[in-house]
Design a protein around this ligand. Structure first.
Ligand code: CP
Ligand code: NVA
Length: 305
């Protein structure tokens, strides 16, 4: 049975732990100049309906460094742009490639691809989720904090795709997560319902960023207007007042608080210039770790191990 990665709710705790371990091992081996050519002869297709720097590069370089080959398909240059249905495209692509990563708007589109493809399908970001991002970010937490179990994580900002994937991860891994969003921009109740069925109380929702960051080990933020929401930016800048991650807000967190951001960042909006440029920041480690984690994900899904 092929596996897909459409949201983090597709994974069990053991799957997370295996991926963290393997990604860290692959990172260490790469640092020693060891290439694991486990995907020789395999191909990854990438269909991106939204812009990307890190995720696309992480998938492409991961594939090459594992001995495989990535094929980037701009939706505009394929028959998708001339309305070939996703269910047909999914079946055709399954006859050529070994795995497909999709970045698009609707979660239902990646689900439709997955249902009709005989190859693994990976969500490379939708309006609803960004699962691969949070896998590599928790890898960064593990590297810097020695684990994730007793780490208090605060989300400050929009109740968006990245926040949703943090909530999914917390519901499975059990770490403390406090999510602070302005009232109009809170987490979709369906996301909360999907994880509360798991019976955990380790996720707290608030509209007070100070409450969320109190004693936090990690403070995470992301843009106030995600791809697709850009037209609302001016209104959002007003509505998100008090939600900027800056030195003043971080005063309430632990002394060794680690600030994280999936990037790209908008200086002076969700994060201040001095926090972004702090010499101890891990933003660039986060970006690098996407490559190592994407290797672990590709290996796991393509080889089924
Ligand atoms: N963090 C992230 O997904 O970045 P890109 O949009 O550049 O891929
Ligand atoms: N929430 C952002 C993440 C970008 C990596 C977006 O969807 O645009």
């Amino acid at each position: 049975m092929k596996k897909d990665l459409l949201s983090l709710l597709d994974l069990e705790k053991d799957d997370f732990d295996r991926l963290f371990k393997r990604a860290i091992q692959l990172k260490q081996r790469y640092a020693k100049g060891i290439f694991d050519n486990v995907l020789t002869g395999k191909t990854l297709g990438l269909i991106f309906d939204k812009k990307s720097t890190r995720t696309r590069l992480a998938f492409e370089t991961a594939m090459v460094q594992l001995g495989g080959h990535p094929i980037y398909m701009s939706a505009q240059d394929t028959q998708i742009a001339r309305s070939e249905p996703p269910k047909d495209t999914a079946r055709v692509l399954s006859r050529y490639i070994d795995c497909l990563a999709i970045r698009t708007f609707d979660q239902s589109l990646v689900e439709e691809f997955a249902q009709n493809a005989t190859i693994p399908v990976i969500n490379a970001l939708t309006d609803a989720f960004h699962p691969c991002q949070i896998l590599s970010d928790i890898m960064t937490v593990v590297e810097h904090k020695g684990g994730y179990k007793d780490v208090k994580i605060a989300w400050v900002g929009d109740g968006n795709n990245v926040a949703n994937s943090w909530i999914n991860a917390a519901s499975i891994l059990g770490f403390d997560l406090r999510v602070a969003c302005p009232d109009e921009y809170g987490i979709n109740p369906q996301i909360i319902e999907a994880v509360s069925a798991k019976g955990d109380n380790n996720v707290v929702y608030t509209n007070d960023p100070k409450e969320a960051v109190k004693d936090a080990d990690v403070v995470y933020t992301d843009v106030w207007a995600s791809m697709g929401d850009e037209a609302q930016l001016a209104k959002r800048i007003i509505d998100f007042e008090g939600f900027q991650v800056n030195k003043e807000l971080l005063f309430g967190a632990k002394d060794d608080v680690m600030v994280m951001h999936c990037l790209p960042a908008h200086r002076g909006e969700e994060i201040s210039e001095d926090v972004l440029e702090d010499k101890n920041s891990v933003f660039w480690d986060q970006a690098e770790n996407k490559r190592h984690m994407h290797k672990a994900i590709l290996e796991n899904l393509i080889l089924g191990n």
